[in-house]
Design a protein around this ligand. Structure first.
Ligand code: GZL
Length: 345
């Protein structure tokens, strides 16, 4: 919460202590009242809405700027925080977990009202999340999940179901090759090693295609969600495998990099090699509308307004669903061509 001058703080402290005595403290761990800031806050508005007339401070640690999806996600969070009138402390971790942990510790030091972040990888968060809990600062996961067994360490996870995204990719491919009489060689460009989207998109896809013995993943390697790495790994795949039928890329940026490698090898993306991708960012949808990507599974990055509502509900002491799944769809090349003009990102 915003700080007030010394005199104002003393006066408000007296007033707030009197009020806290009257209304008590929520013990659900979900309210800012426990974060040590409440003593310097302006009194709640008459209508009982604790947040009216006070600016909320949100600390947000972002993965990085590795892809078109990430840029759209960052814009959504920054624009939505501005629209909500929140003070946003934003940090870009350049895809390094140690930078995210440093940022979370800094937010704790600054006594922000709520912490939110998109964990670059699933593991290694329990210590810093326990520090946030001890400081009474609620945490909201967005976009990606953590594998902490202690779900009391965060209030909710707002983001896509990546396993379902992988299943959707597998279902389309299985349908395409349901009458295949010979092997279909698939290469897979995985997202960032250890990240929830990479782990889950891989498992969801494998779960579905396993029912068709002709569908074979002959190579699978991380392209770290970037175009450059996607191109580099696809070049290696093409060098090592003479007969590739399908590319499954965990995001559009790696698919777009791979398309460069496929064309440089004198092959036609979307024809000689079928391509399935995930995200549905503008550049990916453009490639799909040109028939270079055959099927795109949408992963919606526009989480900003939902996140700000969750933050407000937490500060107001309202109950929040422990899992909020984002709405998303899929596009064939034809559908991408129709949808492209109205795409927001
Ligand atoms: C998915 C997100 C992934 C995108 C990539 O929610 O975490 O990270 O699919 C991005 O484009 O880099």
């Amino acid at each position: 919460m915003k700080k007030i001058g010394k005199m104002g703080a003393a006066l408000l402290l007296t007033l707030s202590m009197a009020m806290l005595g009257a209304c008590g403290n929520s013990n659900d761990g979900n309210t800012a009242a426990k974060n040590g800031n409440s003593a310097t806050q302006a009194p709640a508005a008459d209508n009982g809405d604790k947040t009216e007339g006070k600016s909320i401070t949100l600390g947000f640690s972002q993965v990085g700027a590795e892809s078109g999806w990430r840029s759209a996600n960052t814009k959504s969070i920054q624009d939505s925080a501005k629209e909500a009138g929140y003070t946003l402390k934003f940090s870009d971790a350049q895809q390094k977990q140690e930078n995210q942990i440093k940022a979370l510790r800094s937010f704790i030091q600054q006594k922000v009202d709520v912490i939110s972040f998109s964990p670059v990888v699933e593991s290694g968060w329990d210590t810093v999340l326990k520090e946030a809990k001890a400081a009474g600062i609620p945490v909201v996961l967005t976009d990606r999940a953590v594998d902490s067994k202690d779900t009391s360490l965060y209030v909710t996870f707002l983001g896509s179901d990546f396993v379902e995204e992988g299943r959707k990719a597998g279902q389309w491919l299985t349908e395409q090759y349901k009458d295949a009489a010979e092997d279909v060689n698939i290469v897979e460009l995985q997202g960032t090693t250890g990240s929830a989207p990479a782990n889950d998109r891989m498992s969801g896809f494998a779960e579905v295609i396993k029912d068709n013995p002709h569908l074979k993943i002959i190579a699978s390697q991380t392209g770290d969600f970037t175009r450059a790495k996607g191109k580099e790994v696809m070049q290696a795949f093409l060098k090592a495998n003479k007969d590739i039928d399908v590319l499954y890329a965990h995001n559009d940026d790696m698919a777009l990099g791979a398309i460069q490698a496929i064309e440089a090898a004198g092959l036609k993306p979307g024809q000689d090699i079928k391509i399935i991708s995930v995200d549905a960012v503008k550049d990916g949808m453009q490639a799909a509308s040109e028939g270079k990507i055959n099927f795109i599974v949408e992963c919606n990055p526009l989480l900003g307004s939902q996140l700000m509502q969750v933050v407000k509900d937490i500060v107001d002491g309202k109950a929040v669903e422990p899992r909020i799944v984002t709405e998303e769809t899929t596009f064939t090349s034809e559908q991408a061509k129709e949808a492209l003009p109205s795409r927001e990102y």
